[in-house]
Ligand binder design. Structure first.
Ligand code: DGL
Length: 272
């Protein structure tokens, strides 16, 4: 597949379909780009995988995606991958790379109580990259972290038209609010791109209203800035949804349902 080029090809990469929350932000911002989404379905979920495996896997899959669609810019729409492999991907590819990392800075600016919740995958909450973000941009804010198990899978299930187990959402909320200091949380950072896709379910189970923050709008702004001289004025087009797994029919159905014109399997030669 070597599509003809007349405007920027944007590759949105995630372990699964969480990248769709970033695609939504790009569409809402009206960027004049052709959007391709690549889901590494063969290796989903990333949040419970070993770092050594992800360090090999992530750059290889992204490289294959860039070549397949002649990408001009790639968004690593996965906090778990970005907080680990952003530098490695940047060193390997020759196009601009935008990473999606926990939105600590805007959350710290919004909190009135000085306590925020950080909801992410079990990997993202423990990364030194996350520690650095908190040290650099937290401005003394207390950050209560919770690594949610099964929450990205619940978002995938919802997208596939199933009803996810409500216990998963309950566990995610009590993981934040039942911690010491949880009574003061007034802002929650959704630091996994899957989580904005189930924000309604989380909101319904939160003990009181809080402000929810994700990275989508900031990523759309950054992308617009990097591509400003290449975009035309027309609306974004969802071109192709790519997957790496063998039996991806359900994922392809979701991708077509949300508006991708075509879907395709991408073969990736990543030894693990
Ligand atoms: N969407 C990914 C993120 O932003 C993680 C989902 C997974 O565990 O694969 O962290």
């Amino acid at each position: 597949m070597k599509p003809l080029k007349n405007r920027p090809h944007l590759l949105v990469f995630d372990s699964g379909l969480g990248g769709l929350s970033v695609v939504n932000a790009i569409v809402n911002a009206g960027l004049g780009v052709d959007i391709y989404h690549l889901a590494d379905t063969a290796f989903f979920p990333y949040g419970e995988k070993r770092d050594e495996a992800l360090m090999v896997r992530v750059p290889a899959v992204i490289q294959a995606g860039i070549e397949a669609i002649s990408a001009d810019l790639v968004i690593i729409a996965c906090n778990t991958a970005s907080t680990l492999a952003l530098d490695a991907v940047r060193a390997q590819v020759s196009i601009p790379v935008v990473g999606v990392v926990p939105a600590i800075k805007p959350a710290a600016a919004l909190t009135q109580t000085g306590t925020i919740g950080l909801l992410a995958t079990p990997k993202t909450v423990t990364r030194s990259y996350t520690d650095q973000l908190i040290a650099q941009f937290g401005h003394g804010t207390r950050v209560l972290r919770h690594g949610a198990v099964g929450l990205a899978d619940a978002a995938e299930a919802k997208l596939a038209g199933q009803t996810p187990d409500p216990e998963i959402f309950k566990a995610a909320m009590s993981g934040i609010f039942d911690q010491e200091g949880g009574a003061s949380v007034d802002v929650i950072v959704l630091a996994c791109t899957h989580y904005p896709l189930v924000q309604t379910e989380l909101e319904a189970l939160a003990p009181r209203p809080v402000t929810w923050v994700d990275s989508g709008e900031a990523i759309a702004r950054r992308t617009a800035h990097l591509l400003q001289n290449q975009m035309d004025q027309t609306a974004p087009v969802l071109r192709t949804g790519l997957t790496t797994g063998g039996a991806d029919e359900a994922t392809h159905r979701v991708l077509r349902k949300v508006g991708f014109q075509t879907t395709q399997a991408l073969s990736v030669d990543a030894q693990l």
